[in-house]
Design a protein around this ligand. Sequence first.
Ligand code: PEP
Ligand code: MG
Length: 900
Amino acid sequence: MSAVISERQAMAKWVYSFGGGTSDGGAEMRNLLGGKGANLAEMASIGLPVPPGFTITTEVCTEVTQKGGHPGDLAGQVKAALAQVEQALGMSFGDTANPLLVSVRSGARVSMPGMMDTVLNLGLNDETVEGLARRSGDPRFAYDSYRRFIQMFGDVVLGVEHHHFEEILELAKEDLDKSLDTELTAEEWRQVIGQYKAKVEEETGAPFPQDPEAQLWAAIDAVFKSWTNQRAVSYRRLYNIPEEWGTAVNVQAMVFGNMGDDCATGVAFTRDPSTGENQFYGEYLVNAQGEDVVAGIRTPQNITIAGKQKNQSDLPAMEETMPEIFRQLVEVRETLEQHYRDMQDIEFTVQSGTLYMLQTRNGKRTAKAALKIACDMVEEGLIDEAEAVSRVEPGSLDQLLHPTLDPKAQRKVIARGLPASPGAASGMVVFDADEAERQRDAGNKVLLCRVETSPEDIHGMHAAQGILTTRGGMTSHAAVVARGMGRPCVSGAGELRIDYKSGVMRVRDVEVRAGDLLTIDGGTGEIMLGEVPTIQPELSGDFAKLMGWADKHRRLKVRTNAETPADCRTAVKFGCEGIGLCRTEHMFFDAGRIVAVREMILAEDEAGRRKALDKILPMQRDDFVEIFQIMRGLPVTIRLLDPPLHEFLPHGEEEMAEVAEAAGASVDKLRARLLRLSETNPMLGHRGCRLGITYPEIYEMQARAIFEAACKVQKETGETVEPEVMIPLVAMPRELEILKELVDRTAKEAMAAAGVEVAYLVGTMIELPRAALLAGKIAEAAEFFSFGTNDLTQTTYGLSRDDAGNFLPAYEARGIVKQDPFISLDQEGVGELVGIAAERGRKTRPGLKLGICGEHGGDPASIRFCESVGLDYVSCSPFRVPIARLAAAQAALAERLRDV
Ligand code: PEP
Ligand code: MG
């Protein structure tokens, strides 16, 4: 066995080279080479200027992190790939005259910005640094590079914390009376390097490693291991990235953007990632190394003159300072967009007047930009409508469905920053990520305000309504992460000064303290005192266009779960095609009728109940009239009463007295009845159709209200009304038979009285495992099924809907469940029951209408599942209707692809 494994290992290819116009890999190899590695290979093969290098595959990550060693022949393959780089550049790794330096970077299948480690300038030591000084003719640059290397390698590989180096540098600058790093001379950097090395030896007990090969292997291993660091683990948990994917490691020849004024480094998006406009959008810094742009230490300059004007910057654009490089970059932009047919996020470096591409990937974008880019690209002929539909992440539409600032509202703008991620957000000011989480848990809306953010702040950004930073550009950590999360963000508001110690933020004579209310507008960059009113979003333009395309491609219908007129109207505006679940018990809670409802429940006998029900009937009828009118001919599924009875019971003496008076009974009698009704396990108790069986007069009243309302609306409007009466919590076929007979009888009476024929259906929820298993029998009476996956999940797992939150997070943390099954359908278990019920139900009654109305009806992954088992519709809360429409279209497209 082990001989077989080692043979496979010996033959396997662990290392893929790229550069010099060719490559072993390509964009389609993302799983093996990671996103960065696959795209470097792709760029090299389409002739873009990529410094040569190689990628060590994600498979090696698994070997290193799980088995602690390298697979057979990795060393040989790395050596050969390195030799190829040396040959392409005419330089040698470790050579004292003309040393090749490399970067060692992580690169997972999906981008995880800032979560894993990177080492730059690797290959420098006390001797090669002299060679670099001579070759570049710039000793200051060479020593600066060496000290950056010691700092990064020390931190990432040797575990010497960053602050040790920062302290040494700060003290040195103080002694030399210099405030900027760029003011230090070569000799001064040499002295800092001496102190850095001494610190490393003091902390690790060994001198700083001088052998470039040993440096390389230590860095490769450290980058692989950073896959399992705390930051990366939390990030993966947040974004559901499987641990087994692993990261690749990219080793690439260094190019320097910090060798003088004909050097630069920058990042750009081929289109505006905030608005989606077809404009080149990017930032650069002259004489700087890559990380300087993202770190937000120096204020970056715009690439284009248009960008400079838009951001009201006085700093010259690259279009002005380096016109030839700019021209080349514009060409690269064109090539990349034509090749990838999507907006790209690129990194580049200019070394001594030569442009190098260091990265490309599909750019993160706001939902607004995603829509615009998808629609524009269809118009430009780059993609077709179906592709456009699959380009927009359904969940991201949420960003567009939420309010923006009311333009008429009074606002006191105190400062302005960059419009880094759109949407308006108000909240109390907090300066710390942990505090943001605490305040959110205490039920407060918070605005996280930081000088800048780093990956350690992710949880606080997630907890906040919006994010404000005083430093950093449109590509800073705060901006990129906020856009990805869909949080409004204003970045780089330099006029504001934050004093963390005293918990105050100042701008001119205005002071904002922790706890004060503040509003930001991520679309304009404005920062305002207090809470500013908002307005509902406009759902026309690109949104309507994309939704139209989605509707063309989807098979699943989308309905809504709604019972109030306001919710019904919202859902209709969002394009719902009917009501999939109208929970009538929610109507019973209305302040004007709860006393009558309690009187009905506490009545001693049928006569008492009927007396109370007579009071409720006209109110229920009016509810249904209004709903039928709003839904204008669309199907409306009304579920008969389902709550555990105790939810309606009076609490406290005052409520008891009120009910006693209405019922004409004594408080003592009521109390005794109350005691009899109380249940040990109400979720599994006297609820759903069990109520209808024991107190048929309740369901009879509801059915009467439905049909009287339907007849009235149909008569008055001339439009057909399509009621679907739904019986909840059925476990036994007989339950449904009895209740269907009751509904049919009542319908007949109501229609005869009104002289109107209404076409209606009677069906059931499938929300208990027994119902799913007996679906074939149940379908003899049921004219439709609606999967109540909330209860079906609860009863399949034997997991209380109300209490699971107490311990499920521990299960998620340990990977026992990947996701809360109440949020995303457990396709393996609960899903199998849905599949069985669908199949058995349709066997009895071909064409049986099937839907889902549990919370899962609005979850894109669950919708994909519903498509695969052939349901007819999903039903979800009104605000999720557009998300479901898009997810349903993507599901249909994916299903079609699968069938090809
Ligand atoms: C369900 O159980 O999935 C359902 C929709 O009903 P409720 O949530 O009202 O129990
Ligand atoms: Mg239910």
